[in-house]
Design a protein around this ligand. Structure first.
Ligand SMILES: Nc1ncnc2c1ncn2[C@@H]1O[C@H](COP(=O)(O)OP(=O)(O)O)[C@@H](O)[C@H]1O
Ligand SMILES: [Mg+2]
Length: 246
């Protein structure tokens, strides 16, 4: 079954039309690479899935329901998570707090307000999450800002997974990472796939796209111009679609 199905999605900013009737379907547990030049409309398209942008035309179906008119919060509750390039972590806060950022388990003391944050429970659940994912950080008690780029990326993914998503969108997750760190992000994506989670991976690094994705969709000037099975294409062909030589 399709987890996400976009049909005829159009989006303009003022007089500039960025998306020209995009159709895109992703199956549950499928990992799809979304590639295209800067300004092709990749981020805009993904924000049309999360609801950050309302589309001008077209339909967004998620998990069998029409979510076109739904707010981002409602779509998130249904299982759509997006990890942005800037990760949106709180660098001064520790690893555990970041994983539960904004919705910490709360212990009410005699029902009095303000509610106290249940730190031991946060630490416990955060550690459990990281263990399940096989993610290693020196300690969950150190500030996230002190971790490497790759470690921060895995924390952002762990955070997204605590919402039990059905679809995770990652915008350039490996752009700034060392080789070994890229490996652990790609491993996480594979693990998510085996849990039935669909992923859309936006990346300029075609090596990573070919390693992680069974399908590759090329966006150019707001149109899907190629939808390729990894096993039936190669980097030269994908590049030729990206640059418009095809
Ligand atoms: N909020 C916005 N307001 C106006 N123009 C925007 C906005 N967001 C994106 N654009 C424009 O839309 C086009 C596509 O941008 P974007 O979706 O970020 O592309 P990509 O992620 O593929 O690089 C660009 O020309 C960009 O300048
Ligand atoms: Mg972008």
């Amino acid at each position: 079954m399709s987890i996400i199905e976009l049909s005829g999605v159009e989006k303009s900013f003022g007089a500039v039309q960025v998306l020209h009737g995009v159709d895109l379907t992703v199956e549950a547990g499928e990992v799809v690479g979304l590639v295209g030049d800067n300004g092709a409309g990749k981020s805009t398209l993904m924000k049309s899935i999360t609801g950050v942008y309302t589309t001008d035309k077209g339909r967004v179906m998620f998990d069998g329901q029409d979510v076109t008119q739904l707010e981002p919060g409602a779509r998130r509750k249904m299982g759509i998570e997006m990890i942005y390039q800037d990760l949106a972590l709180a660098p001064q806060q520790d690893v555990a707090n970041n994983i539960f950022l904004g919705r910490e388990p709360v212990k009410r003391l005699f029902g009095l307000l303000p509610a106290f944050v249940d730190k031991p429970r946060i630490d416990d659940q955060a550690q459990g999450m990281l263990d399940r994912l096989g993610v290693h950080v020196p300690s969950i008690h150190i500030p996230v800002g002190m971790l490497s780029g790759g470690q921060q990326q895995t924390i952002a993914i762990a955070r997204a997974l605590t919402f039990q998503p059905k679809l995770v969108i990652m915008d350039e997750p490996t752009a700034a990472l060392a080789v070994r760190e890229v490996e652990s992000v790609l491993q996480l994506i594979a693990q998510m796939k085996s849990d039935g989670i669909a992923t859309i991976l936006i990346s300029h690094r075609l090596n990573d796209v070919f390693a992680a994705c069974g399908r590759i969709v090329v966006l150019r000037r707001g149109n899907v111009i190629a939808d390729l099975r990894r096993d039936e294409t190669d980097m030269a062909e994908v590049v030729s679609y990206i640059v418009g030589a095809h």
